[in-house]
Write a protein of this length. Structure first.
Length: 274
């Protein structure tokens, strides 16, 4: 048994070494990616339950020269660890605002900001500078943050959110229901919108607990007078449930996948989106 155990451990260590090497390689490539702007913005529509597009969420993709498109679930954590996330999120905000400023249809954009930038960067200053530079109306910008933003420095985070809202930018709580303290954060922080996490939406049809949670979050939004958006909506059955519950907006493959903006040109270049 001892020898067998040692074998397992050696195998495990080898796998760990491989994993760490892989991570270092990607982290090194990421530095080059930031310098050479190997990123592309994808846009995913957010719509009313009747299907009218009201906004686009901006989702980042890394176009790696050898590996092809890399998901943000892979490179955002690497960027957060290595301190590159400040430059990346600022680039996203600037490019997204620049893009939205060209639209005939004045739809909003929802931008994800890493919790790390709330702890280290000057988020309100960065937003103010980009808004001034691009001339985009602040009312058309919403930032999506997860509760990770709020954990370390409670008072500091509240001050930052107020400064962001002072600019006229809205703030949505992303991945609602997955964190530890979502409810108390809702009380303490000045959110404009609640985004139901897609894990609850995915199980709506065959898991009564998920349906009950989604029902409760929409009711909570109604009581707090906060609009609720559901993400990850893939089926008509999910849409019907959410519409019947009074969910304000939906986002997901059913309405449209994240795509380069060219794919949605007809939506952004005419006033009614038809
Ligand atoms: P998120 O903000 O929770 O984004 C939702 C994710 O769900 C996106 O994955 C989106 O492509 C995916 N999705 C949308 N509709 C559906 C659907 O109907 N079904 C399913 N199964 N999935 C759907 P993506 O684009 O891979 O992004 C993953 C995460 O990476 C995002 O989660 C966000 O936390 C982060 N991220 C993306 N772009 C940025 C960025 O510019 N800056 C920062 N800091 N984080 C970003
Ligand atoms: Ca998001
Ligand atoms: Ca989310
Ligand atoms: Ca998420």
């Amino acid at each position: 048994a001892k020898a067998e155990e040692r074998g397992t451990i050696r195998f495990f260590e080898a796998a760990m070494d491989q994993h760490i090497r892989e991570k270092r390689l990607l982290q090194r490539d990421l530095v080059v990616a930031v310098e050479n702007k190997q990123f592309q913005l994808y846009f995913q529509p957010q719509a009313t339950t009747e299907g009218a597009v009201v906004a686009f969420e901006v989702l980042l993709r890394w176009q790696h020269p050898e590996r092809g498109i890399i998901s943000p679930t892979v490179f955002i954590p690497l960027a957060e660890e290595s301190g590159l996330i400040g430059a990346i999120d600022e680039w996203v905000v600037r490019e997204a605002c620049r893009e939205a400023a060209t639209w005939v249809n004045p739809l909003s954009i929802a931008i994800n900001l890493s919790p790390v930038n709330f702890q280290r960067g000057d988020v309100p200053g960065m937003l103010a500078a980009v808004l001034a530079e691009t001339g985009l109306c602040p009312k058309r910008v919403e930032i999506e943050i997860t509760e990770g933003v709020l954990i370390d420095d409670f008072a500091g985070a509240i001050a930052i959110l107020h400064a962001v809202k002072e600019l006229g930018v809205r703030v949505a709580m992303d991945d609602f229901g997955t964190g530890y303290s979502s409810l108390s954060y809702l009380q303490a922080f000045p959110f404009d919108k609640i985004k139901i996490d897609q894990t609850f939406v995915a199980k709506l049809e065959d898991n009564p607990q998920s349906a009950a949670i989604v029902h409760a979050i929409i009711g909570l939004g109604r009581s707090l007078k906060l609009p609720v958006i559901a993400e990850g909506v893939e089926t008509v059955a999910q849409l019907s449930f959410l519409a019947a519950e009074g969910c304000a907006e939906i986002q997901g493959f059913l309405i449209g996948r994240p795509q380069p903006i060219a794919h949605y040109q007809s939506v952004v270049s005419t006033l009614d989106g038809t």
